[in-house]
Write a protein that binds this ligand. Structure first.
Ligand code: HEC
Length: 181
């Protein structure tokens, strides 16, 4: 079972967010025409992961413009495609919607600002915060084994041993009936 990520309902919950809610893209855009099939979550996630890894590696290499660009691309990807993607039926709606909104409206813009400011300590801190949201959504969607490292410069997803310190990857999802999806 799959369903829409209900962007429009979650936008109404963001009044308290310091950055405010980004307006939804008009449906007239050729990429978001109502008749277009929804993006596949797996494809959106592969691109997200690749760009998040590149952002971290670029930051580590002192390539700040590249890091800024990659984070901006993820924000655009979330705004345009992730908002329309079908989530697996296993997902806990409340948690996955909250993590999506947090990344889109708060953590990705904040990470981009840290890259623009070329502030390595701030970038590290905000990269870690964003990775927690990634991992929390994965746990809520019964894919907590897909672990996003909390430190820039590592491959995504993590292929080494799982992180015992990461509650999102050490705690299985509560969705007991969803493993068949
Ligand atoms: C709204 C929930 C949600 C958020 C937020 C989220 N993910 Fe995911 N992610 C998923 C789901 C669900 C899957 C499994 C997709 C599938 O079943 O094809 C996934 C899969 C992945 C995969 C595996 C891709 C593959 O097929 O090999 C990676 C890597 C990944 N996500 C990285 C990230 C990163 C990095 C972030 C944060 C910047 C993130 N995700 C944020 C829900 C989310």
């Amino acid at each position: 079972m799959t369903r829409w990520l209900p962007l429009f309902s979650l936008l109404t919950t963001l009044a308290g967010c310091p950055q405010g809610a980004a307006p939804a893209k008009p449906a007239a855009d050729e990429n978001t025409a109502p008749s277009a099939p929804p993006p596949r979550i797996g494809a959106v996630m592969l691109e997200t992961a690749h760009r998040f890894e590149l952002a971290g590696r670029a930051q580590r290499a002192g390539r700040w413009e590249l890091a800024t660009y990659e984070v901006g691309e993820i924000a655009e990807l979330f705004d345009v495609d992730m908002a329309r993607a079908l989530l697996p039926g296993a997902c806990n709606d409340d948690v996955s919607e909250a993590m999506f909104a947090r990344l889109l409206d708060d953590e990705l813009p904040a990470l981009k600002q840290a890259a623009e400011a070329r502030d390595a300590a701030l970038f590290d801190q905000r990269f870690r915060l964003a990775s927690v949201s990634c991992n929390t959504c994965h746990a809520a969607c019964a894919v907590g084994f897909i672990e996003v490292p909390d430190t820039p410069g590592q491959s995504i997803p993590r292929l080494g041993p799982g992180s015992a310190a990461n509650p999102a990857t050490s705690t299985p999802s509560e969705s007991a009936d969803a493993a068949t999806d």
